[in-house]
Design a protein around this ligand. Structure first.
Ligand code: BES
Ligand code: MN
Length: 443
């Protein structure tokens, strides 16, 4: 079977973890994945969790060789807004040598490339150069709420030397990229309640607080005039950028112009004193991910809304600790809220940032595999996105993670028309083989 047909099958499952309506598709997707890993020649199992299943597959464990844990996720972000998709999100198509579908880059295409790399090595050689554990979960996009306890409960099984993840980016087409840092995250939802129901704004407006107005005021307090987060103590543990990375990053093929072209925004904004790459890769942020209140339909409607809600996320950097920041953030928000409305804060997921020295033995092995696959020198970057389980691998299993992503800057992850370049899919299959060979050669 053509690898692309496999990818299309995988992409047809709407395995959206955020929306419980898709629970059975998530489950079907896990079954498909398990069967696919078994067909590749691995021993696999699907584990139930309180949330979505986790699929684990292995080859035969042999003494005296390295063990590599490859992690990925089969869940995807919701496809909304639907009207901006040029083709339906779960009906993959190829356009200009890219596969277009939700999850194509993030993360189905990338994890499938690993599986297919393993399959081809097994077919050709009958064995892999390492012990392999493939761990693919279905809740990454909602913060991996069940993965840490799964790792802890199955402790005896995780005797790995290193983790490899392809769920990050490349700086450009054909440029091998080694990511040595990720941001962490802290998410929550604010709910404001004013009147018991929407009120006539002529009869009552002026006499009671408007939750929408108050929410906007609260959200506007999150930053000061220089784009810094105004929550007391928020920057206490932020590690400063090192000079070598600042220097390296100025040589990367990113310009303000290319960044703006990718985003479609009119100009660079954000915390003063940092370049746009530094802002994204090494500085924390506070973002409104969603905000809503009152009437959103056509035409006017004169009301004082009963409720207002906002979903917030804070991106964190080393060494910020989400459990330490959570009460500070909540206290700050509560302090901004007058008693003319009621505030509820609903905590959501969180995870730590990740930072590793790029020149470890395994790091160097991965860099050789990258050079070998792409035939060019490696770019060293951090990323603004989060894969919170990465730091948990360090904390729980005591091992480093190699972040070898294949996402291109214009892959539109989490956006309409997400795509994965076919060239990267095929490169990923080759990269997997070279990576396992290079890791084996370290021992
Ligand atoms: N693949 C991304 C993470 C990512 C994106 C890393 C871009 C580097 C560059 C991952 O699937 C993701 O989206 N993670 C979430 C984390 C979350 C919901 C806890 C994120 O970063 O928003
Ligand atoms: Mn994602």
């Amino acid at each position: 079977m053509d690898p692309v047909d496999d990818l299309f099958e995988f992409l047809r499952f709407p395995s959206i973890s955020a929306d419980s309506q898709f629970k059975s598709s998530v489950d079907d997707c896990a079954d498909w994945l398990l069967a696919r890993m078994q067909r590749a020649g691995l021993q696999g199992q699907k584990y139930a969790t309180p949330g979505n299943p986790i699929v684990v597959a292995r080859n035969e464990r042999r003494l005296g060789r390295k063990t590599v844990l490859i992690y990925g996720h089969y869940d995807v972000q919701p496809p909304d807004p639907m009207e901006l998709w040029e083709s339906p999100p779960f009906e993959p198509v190829i356009k200009a040598d890219k596969v277009i579908a939700r999850g194509s880059t993030d993360n189905k295409g990338q994890i499938l490339a690993h599986i297919l790399g393993v399959e081809s090595a097994l077919k050709e050689r009958g064995d892999l150069p390492v012990n392999l554990i493939l761990l693919v979960e279905g809740e990454e996009e909602i913060g991996s709420p069940n993965l840490e306890s799964f790792l802890k409960e199955h402790n005896v099984d995780w005797n790995a030397d290193v983790v490899a993840i392809s769920d990050t980016g490349m700086v450009g087409p054909g440029i091998p990229t080694f990511t040595y840092g990720l941001r962490g995250i802290l998410c929550l939802e604010i709910r404001l309640r004013g009147p018991v129901a929407d009120l006539h704004s002529g009869i009552f407006g002026g006499s009671v607080a408007n939750p929408a107005t108050i929410l906007c005021r609260i959200v506007a307090q999150l930053h000061d005039g220089s784009g810094r987060i105004a929550i007391p103590g928020f920057y206490d543990r932020v590690l400063p950028l090192e000079q070598w990375e600042r220097d390296l990053w100025t040589k990367l093929p990113f310009t303000e112009k290319s960044w703006l072209a990718t985003t479609g925004s009119p100009r660079i904004s954000g915390e003063k004193g940092y370049t746009f790459l530094e802002q994204v890769w090494a500085r924390p942020t506070a973002e409104v991910n969603g905000i809503g209140s009152g009437y959103q339909g056509e035409g006017p409607k004169t009301i004082v809304p009963a409720r207002a809600t906002a979903k917030l996320s804070f991106r964190l950097v080393p060494d910020q600790d989400p459990s330490e920041l959570k009460p500070r953030v909540e206290e700050f928000l509560k302090r901004q809220c007058p008693d003319s409305v009621e505030m509820k804060i609903i905590p959501q997921h969180s995870g730590k940032a990740y930072l590793v020295k790029p020149d470890s033995t395994f790091g160097k092995a991965a860099q050789k595999a990258l050079v070998d696959t792409f035939g060019k020198p490696v770019a060293f970057i951090r990323e603004g996105g989060s894969v919170p389980i990465t730091q948990s691998f360090k904390d729980i299993l005591g091992i480093d993670t190699l972040l070898l992503g294949l996402a291109l800057p214009d892959c539109k992850a989490h956006s309409p028309n997400e795509n994965f370049a076919l060239a990267n899919f095929h490169a990923g299959i080759r990269l997997n083989r070279k990576l396992l060979e290079q890791i084996a050669a370290t021992g």
